[in-house]
Design a protein around this ligand. Sequence first.
Ligand SMILES: C[S@@+](CC[C@H](N)C(=O)[O-])C[C@H]1O[C@@H](n2cnc3c(N)ncnc32)[C@H](O)[C@@H]1O
Length: 325
Amino acid sequence: MINITNVPISQKNSYPNRKINFCGETCVEKLGKDVFVGLRKELIQETSFFREPDTLEFIKKYIQRMFTDKQEINILDGACSKGYETYTLAMMTDNCGKKINITGFDIGNNIIKEAKKGIFIIKEIAGDPDNCVLLDMHTAANNDTYLAFPTKAPLSEKEIEYKNLFNKFFTEIPYKKPKQTFWEWMVELALKKYNPHIAIKSYKINPDKADKCKFIQGDIMKLDQLVQPHKTDVLLFRNALYHLTTAENDVSYRAPLPQKRLIPTINQFVVQVDKAIGKNGLFVLGSHKSDHSEEVASILYKNLKERGFEPVYYETKVPAIWKRE
Ligand SMILES: C[S@@+](CC[C@H](N)C(=O)[O-])C[C@H]1O[C@@H](n2cnc3c(N)ncnc32)[C@H](O)[C@@H]1O
């Protein structure tokens, strides 16, 4: 039996033989006129496949072992960005013996349009990544390079499992470089000799797997307008809290909102989370430090506890996974 009470498990972002560097995708979207996120002007949409896999493994086991009487499970992937995380959930819960309904939502209009296309990239960096200059390559998302490129070190058992799942879900297609502005092209050219070569492969979701995930545009702060109350079994909102709790800044999570704005913001956030999740359902945060900043931790913890959530998986100030009584 899985022990679901206060299980402190250390979160490994990557496997020991890999460097966390230059992988996943780093999109930035300007906020549309209809979109309001605190004091921010931009959405940072960095993500990758199999990011923070330990948390996802916990969710998978929980679904299999704790929802024994349920044949259908509803997963809501909040802040899904381009859908890497959403399809990762589909891959990891494939063949788990239940019907899994997965919906990804994100406040970004453009990123949801992208997610619906079902096209993803995986990068490999040749050269010394530590000498890299280009900022947009510095993504902290988990390393998914091994899914598409040969590796020097042998793959771990988990990596082999994930790679097999990936091959079942995706087919390689020719990579099309996105259109660049003249300025972007100039910058790339100017910095070329300082940056390692990046090989990029492009993949499309297989038609028979595409319907495993739905994507909709939506705001976590108005979740009750998106989903029916208490019908969600697992709600993720990973590595995205700083959009709600910080002001615009290069190092976003270092510029917290003043307390008098932070408290009502987190209250509203938790009210929405609480309304959406059903009995024994899970609420999942990311392990990125922005989800657990000093300013946010105590308010979030207190609010979740008051609403009957219990931590079931943690290593940070605010546990990463909470179970609703
Ligand atoms: C850094 S990405 C995290 C993506 C993914 N969850 C992961 O961990 O790889 C943060 C995402 O949060 C989204 N976001 C920000 N505020 C949001 C809100 N109020 N409701 C829904 N999504 C939001 C952004 O558009 C962005 O795609």
